[in-house]
Design a protein around this ligand. Structure first.
Ligand code: PLP
Length: 416
């Protein structure tokens, strides 16, 4: 019997857990929630919930257009949150922070605007085999529209990008290299700065899907040397319905707006319009005001805990989880060793369907995800239809890993 180690990284997990009201929940009487699905969406701490509540109770108003007290307060909070996010990822200017609904919309924005203006027939776009559908399908749509070519950096058996293949692909002079920072299935942390530096040498534009990185580790878009970086609020303790596209100002300035409507214009005539300045050019219509302000509160919260400490904590948890999962006969975890991955473990369990695994675990209050995790081509790569996935965050404990493992032994008993 393995014993639960004490944490070495200094994160006060019991205190953190007390910040998340939902973690006190029992999914049925006497069965506490064991939430191991933060890669899908994270739980929300009290300061974020209270920020949303306060907005609606005290200063709900539409932004930018109103000259009254509430509109001024709402506008100030909305823009303050943008600046918090700018500092959080170290963008040079708040103009480079575009609010979107989520990572998916941020990537689609680049495809619809930059892509349509810059990708032509036979142009090459380099992606990887480990992409989430949200960094795949928008490029498939653009490639079909423009007659462009998609090429892919392969994934090794160990779940890492084959960087030797990248060198060959860069000889094709791609216009865009777009890839995930951290795989939502394998947990692989990709060497973003290294790939971006190589892509820059051939003047390719670099987009990084940061959905699984920004919530879990310090991210500095300038140090990484990327052109675009996309992430979602709901995976980083923030509300749903708000995400971010970071874009280098010079690129964003040159891009046409992708949606038309209110707020994205400076002047409208009957037959034409002049687009607004950044970032508003890309924020047509009434935005997710409460959610943006809530995301600002989430950023404050994560900073107060420290991203470096969160990353160290997750490293401990995933190292322990990999060790314990390997003990269970029939469990196969995909992806690299703990030192090369974030807090995600996707696995198969003998012949038991991942949905059955998830259902048995659910009976004990253990929430994991089962399916293709929006990464069907990656599952094809490993000859899989589906996996079960446990994913960890700042509030998870090694005790919860123990519960997962106990649950898997139950699965084994039930399904033989
Ligand atoms: C790596 C990765 N990219 C993109 C997304 C899409 O995020 P959203 O659904 O918030 O747009 C996810 C969500 O699971 C993800 O894990």
């Amino acid at each position: 019997m393995t014993t639960t180690p004490s944490y070495k990284n200094g994160l006060d997990v019991p205190r953190i857990r007390a910040d998340f009201p939902i973690l006190k929940r029992e999914v049925k009487p006497g069965v506490p929630l064991v939430y191991l699905d933060s890669a899908a969406t994270s739980q929300k701490p009290t300061p974020v919930i209270e920020t949303l509540d306060r907005y609606y109770r005290e200063y709900n108003a539409n932004i930018h257009r109103g000259i009254h007290k509430l509109a001024e307060e709402a506008t100030a909070a909305y823009e303050e949150a943008r600046d918090k996010i700018r500092r959080f990822v170290n963008a040079k200017s708040a103009r480079e922070i575009i609010y979107t609904r989520n990572t998916t919309e941020a990537i689609n924005l680049v495809a619809l605007s930059w892509g349509r203006a810059n990708i032509g027939k036979d142009d090459v776009i380099v992606l990887t085999e480990m992409e989430h559908h949200s960094n795949l399908v928008p490029w498939q749509m653009l490639a079909a529209e423009k007659g462009a070519r998609l090429e892919f950096i392969p994934v090794t058996d160990g779940g890492e990008l084959d960087l030797a293949a990248l060198d060959r692909l860069l000889e094709l002079k791609p216009k865009l290299v777009s890839f995930t920072h951290v795989s939502n299935v394998l947990g692989t942390i990709n060497p973003v700065a290294e790939i971006a530096a190589k892509a820059r040498q051939i003047s390719a534009v670099v987009l990084v899907d940061g959905a699984q990185s920004v919530p879990h580790m310090p991210v500095d878009v300038q140090a990484l040397g990327v052109d675009f970086y996309a992430f979602s609020g709901h995976k980083m303790c923030g509300p749903t319905g708000i995400g971010v596209l970071y874009g280098r100002q010079a690129l964003l300035e040159a891009m046409p707006p992708h949606y038309g409507g209110g707020d994205m214009i400076k002047r409208v005539y009957l037959r034409e319009f002049k687009p607004n300045e950044l970032p508003y050019k890309f924020e047509a219509g009434t935005p997710a005001i409460a959610e943006a302000i809530g995301l600002g509160a989430a950023v404050d919260y994560l900073k107060s805990v420290s991203l470096a400490a969160i990353q160290a904590h997750e490293k401990e948890i995933i190292a322990y989880a990999l060790e314990r999962l390997e003990e269970v006969p029939g469990v196969k975890v995909y992806g690299p060793p703990a030192e090369k991955r974030g807090g995600v473990a996707a696995f198969t369990f003998d012949g038991t369907h991942p949905h059955d695994v998830a259902q048995v675990l659910d009976a004990d209050g253990i929430a994991v995800r089962a399916g293709h995790h929006c990464a069907m081509p990656l599952h094809d790569r490993f000859d899989l239809v589906a996996t079960a996935r446990a994913s960890f965050y700042l509030y998870n404990t090694t005790g919860e890993v123990d519960k997962l493992v106990e649950g898997l032994y139950k699965v084994k008993k039930l399904f033989g």
